[in-house]
Design a protein around this ligand. Sequence first.
Ligand code: NDP
Length: 296
Amino acid sequence: MVKSLSPDTPSVTLSATAREPTVALPAIGQGSWHMGENRAPRRDEVHALQHGLDLGMTLIDTAEMYADGGAEEIVGEALRGRRDEAFLVSKVYPWNAGRQDAIAACERSLQRLGTDYLDLYLLHWPGSVPLEETLEAFEYLQAQGKIRRYGVSNFDVDDMQSLHAVPGGDACSVNQVLYHLGSRGIEHSLLPWQRDHGLPTMAYCPLAQGGRELKHPEVRAIADAFGVSPAQVLLAWATRPTSDGQRDVIAIPKAVQPAHVEANAAAMRLTLDDASLARLEAAFPAPARKPPLDIV
Ligand code: NDP
């Protein structure tokens, strides 16, 4: 069982399922894409995740895809001896999401991660395997105690509707999608649909992968006014509470540099005021029409 958060940690709550009670997760967790690819020394990647855990970013996101399992091995190394401190998320390739294949893929992920359970297992994106099969596998894995919850990633509104039409589909715990200041397409209809269904969002690429948004003059001006960095503004924006004060978006930035890890953890406690949000709205307006779901 994942350790409970300190009471002052801004959090997002996942609903109870038939098997699991509600769980509160930090509004900012940690990504792991490109870890295990020798872009940075392995030791630095392991330390970054451990440092993030120490600072309260206890949700760690990975996937069998990342570095062909290499990222799961880094995450496993970071969690050695402290597995119970983390809420561990991994993902299955759509072509591995069949009734038997998903079970085998999960076993391989567990082995690389050095653990006997995942807190959350996601279908990485919609594929050609019928959702019924994937959900059967997820339910089997849940009954075996190998996954605590399941969910999806890169699902648009029509995909979510199809999912909810399948037995077990409404037990989906999250949808993980691309969301940052420069890509707000989900706000048109996916985010409202998820809010109607009490389904939290996991925002991937919340820093736009280091893109132009971090250099935008309005973002920089707001960062300066708060005495923070542009990246922290982007994270506070992505995880901002709704108008009724609730949070339902968890951002999962990936960071290896220690200063980045520290900045991301600190961003959990940054609240942008209405005037700053309005300035960002003017600089990066949400789309008026529904765009196709943005992906990387
Ligand atoms: P991010 O938007 O998280 O950007 C990562 C980049 O930002 C890295 O270069 C990192 O540098 C840098 N960075 C991190 N923190 C800061 C900071 N405070 N200030 C300045 N720069 C910073 O991109 P990702 O693509 O990694 O997305 C996040 C995570 O989402 C992934 O790692 C993965 O877990 C998940 N994901 C899921 C997808 C899906 O299909 N479900 C698709 C894509 C991502 P450095 O590492 O050097 O510190």
